[in-house]
Design a protein around this ligand. Structure first.
Ligand code: IMP
Ligand code: MG
Length: 194
């Protein structure tokens, strides 16, 4: 295990300063889009927690917060296609301007599932914010309203994103390179509808 970790290599993709600048821009956009209103932010645990905590501090509106958790990846790093709610919201979103905040949009399965679950609960509006969006062959076509960065189809860590629960605390977004150029993700299961 230790030997394997030592041969993992991190290549910086997005530096801390660019992240800070971009998150501030997104927060300003949200502030103007909802001018004068209250917004309710829902973070998808655990990856979005760092993005969310930076974002809210630059939103100049009345803001409330909640968290939701899903499982789809487990210890592995590619979606099984099965999304399951593992922690529900604490409070109702009925009648609220709601923004779902996610760390990265890869296949789109997670956001597609959560969007459907949340819309059933009659929010006043529902928008999606994704810190990263991958240029990947998506399973579900989802276009978030707020996007931090579009990135190549590579496995990244840092700023909340993990590899087997590690690297969430990195300040930069880094591509995780494994020995021998291995992709950390197993292939998308062929059973998934495309
Ligand atoms: P999707 O359902 O395939 O769109 O994947 C979304 C979830 O997969 C995210 O919430 C992440 O937890 C995880 N994920 C996808 N790509 C990456 C990555 O490059 N690094 C870390 N986690 C990822
Ligand atoms: Mg996640």
């Amino acid at each position: 295990m230790k030997a394997e970790r030592e041969s993992e290599h991190l290549r910086v993709l997005i530096r801390r300063a660019s992240i800070e600048r971009r998150v501030r821009q997104l927060a300003r956009k949200i502030t103007t889009d909802f001018r004068g209103d209250r917004v309710h932010l829902i973070g998808v645990l655990k990856g979005a927690s760092i993005f969310l905590s930076d974002l809210i501090r630059d939103i100049g509106l009345e803001v409330s917060l909640d968290f939701i958790a899903v499982s789809s990846y487990g210890q592995s790093t590619r979606s099984t296609g099965q999304v399951r709610l593992t922690k529900d919201l604490d409070t109702t979103i009925e009648g609220l301007h709601t923004i779902l905040v996610e760390d990265v949009l890869d296949t789109g399965l997670t956001l597609d599932y959560l969007q459907r679950v949340l819309l059933q609960r009659k929010p006043r509006s529902l928008r999606l914010a994704a810190f990263l969006v991958k240029a990947a062959p998506r399973v579900k076509q989802i276009r978030p309203d707020y996007v931090g960065f579009e990135i190549p189809d590579e496995f990244v860590v840092g700023y909340g994103l993990d590899y087997a629960e590690r690297y969430r605390n990195l300040r930069d977004i880094c591509v995780l390179e494994l020995p021998g150029g291995r992709d950390p993700r197993p292939p998308i299961p062929p059973s998934l509808p495309r």
